[in-house]
Design a binder for this molecule. Structure first.
Ligand code: SF4
Ligand code: SF4
Length: 480
């Protein structure tokens, strides 16, 4: 809760003493929000269409032969906008997450809970899918209340069965959607086509997630935002007096009072109709000021605008605005806090951009074998022994080859096949996607190429003629 927020009625702050989703007996307050209608709701419906289209279409979009987004936590493989992040790239994943968090801080400081109301899958599915199914089957809030109190007659059984079957179907769809982001659509469709017995753990996962989503949308509902979601709880520290939020203009609305015909109005514009409370999915009264439970769904803006239109007052008593805009009639979006977050974000994105651009397809570690010495050969060459590891940082198989650069010499891998006409053949270093190969290799360099006891050798990893990576190692030789 933001303590800087103005409280409408200083004498009645009782709403702050308890959690409004729980009644005085400690039982749950089940909310029956009225169906929202109005300009903002229509906008949100269109935005939902866009969001859901993106959400369901993205797993099918491929880039360079791989999914655009993949979050395979089971195999620790991630693809973010076509960039494969394997086990070797945790720094990249960590930095991406860190910049995402800074972005969230910046976004929330400026625009409050815009994300919650418009794009969060919880709100989108709850208010725009599950709630709409409920309205379609059981009717508006009053009818829902009556139905819940009614005895279990045929009508109630049919309606409840239809509703919960529909909820279960959508939950199953969401569980599959989630899995398509974890495994990719190709893998998921393979699992669907093949016998269930071949994929019991994954099938169990789909059932478990269906049950979780069903529980969330059929029962948990608003409490997912007000009790479970950590982002909602952070709002108080992320927002300030300049943050744009859905807010009630108490300067204009107070003192509130009913409209009395043929009587000059001395009160503010709030006619105390409680419509803003009736539509609220988290059951709060926005006139009490900014509250942690508000998910910025805009339903109260529409409800109040409809009333304002009816009574002939200017719309916008509840609107997107800030505390400073209400009190001082001025708002400053770019505050020192915003600038600080922006600077940090630009720095993080620059580092991230550089790392992505300079990222190589392989990561090779080639180190002199512990305790090994150089070997002086009869043909005046010097040999050093190394151990190596090559990691494939791509999501496709590669066949790398290590070559010396800028110096005469050769590499002989332990386990290499017999020397052919063109010298010893390298062993098969083929790598699976995100795979690793390791071994030992002798590097043999003519003595006349070495000018000092310690020489820095330049090496590269190639696939065919394509250079994948360049790296260095040290080579030890006798003093002269
Ligand atoms: S107070 Fe208004 S914007 Fe906030 S959750 Fe309730 S209806 Fe939605
Ligand atoms: S809908 Fe508007 S007029 Fe009615 S109680 Fe809420 S703020 Fe006041």
């Amino acid at each position: 809760m933001n303590t800087t927020q103005h409280v409408i009625n200083d004498s009645d702050e009782s709403f702050r003493d308890h959690f409004n989703a729980v009644n005085e007996d400690g039982k749950r307050n089940w909310f029956y929000p009225q169906k929202p209608t109005g300009k903002w709701h229509t906008r949100r419906v269109w935005f939902t269409v866009l969001i859901l289209t993106l959400l369901f279409a993205t797993p099918f979009i491929t880039f360079n032969g791989q999914p655009l987004l993949l979050f395979n936590v089971l195999e620790r493989k991630f693809i973010i906008f076509g960039i494969f992040i394997g086990p070797q790239d945790y720094w990249l994943f960590g930095l991406t997450m860190l910049s995402f968090m800074v972005f969230i801080v910046l976004f929330t400081t400026v625009f409050g809970r815009l994300w919650c109301g418009w794009a969060c899958p919880q709100t989108v599915f709850m208010e725009m899918v599950f709630r709409k199914i409920e309205y379609a089957i059981e009717g508006n809030a009053t009818k829902q209340k009556l139905l819940n109190k009614a005895p279990w007659d045929t009508d109630k059984i049919l309606k409840k069965t239809a509703k919960y079957m529909a909820f279960m179907t959508v939950s199953f769809l969401i569980a599959n959607l989630l899995l398509s982001y974890v495994l990719g659509v190709d893998e998921l469709s393979k699992i669907i086509r093949e016998p269930i017995a071949d994929h019991m753990p994954l099938f169990g996962g789909i059932i478990a997630f269906t049950a979780i989503f069903y529980f969330n949308f059929a029962w948990l509902r608003d409490q997912a935002c007000t009790v479970v979601c950590p982002y909602g709880r952070l709002q108080g520290v992320l927002m300030d007096r300049n943050t744009i939020n859905v807010a009630y203009d108490y300067e204009r609305g107070e003192p509130r009072g009913k409209i009395h015909k043929n009587q000059e109005r001395t009160e503010g514009d709030c006619v105390n109709c409680h419509q803003c409370v009736a539509v609220c999915p988290t059951g709060i009264d926005i006139r009490n000021g900014l509250q942690m439970e508000c998910v910025n769904c805009t339903a109260c803006i529409d409800a109040c605008d409809n009333i304002m239109e009816k009574v002939g007052f200017e719309k916008g008593l509840i609107r997107y605005t800030s505390e400073n805009a209400i009190v001082r009639k001025t708002n400053k979006l770019i505050t020192p806090r915003v600038v600080g977050a922006m600077v940090m974000l630009v720095l993080l994105w620059s580092v991230l951009g550089f790392m992505v651009v300079s990222r190589t397809d392989t990561q090779t570690m080639l180190l002199r074998a512990p305790g090994s010495q150089y070997i002086e050969n009869k043909d005046k060459t010097i040999t050093n022994l190394y151990t190596f590891k090559i990691f494939n940082k791509t999501n496709h198989a590669i066949a790398p080859e290590i070559r010396l650069e800028g110096i005469q010499g050769k590499l002989i891998f332990a386990g290499a096949s017999a020397t052919g006409k063109s010298g010893p053949k390298a062993p098969d270093l083929s790598l699976e996607p995100a795979g690793m190969v390791e071994g030992t290799v002798f590097i043999i360099v003519p003595g006349n190429e070495l000018k000092s006891r310690k020489t820095t050798l330049k090496l590269s990893v190639y696939q065919g003629n394509e250079k994948l990576e360049a790296f260095e190692t040290t080579f030890i030789a006798p003093e002269n």
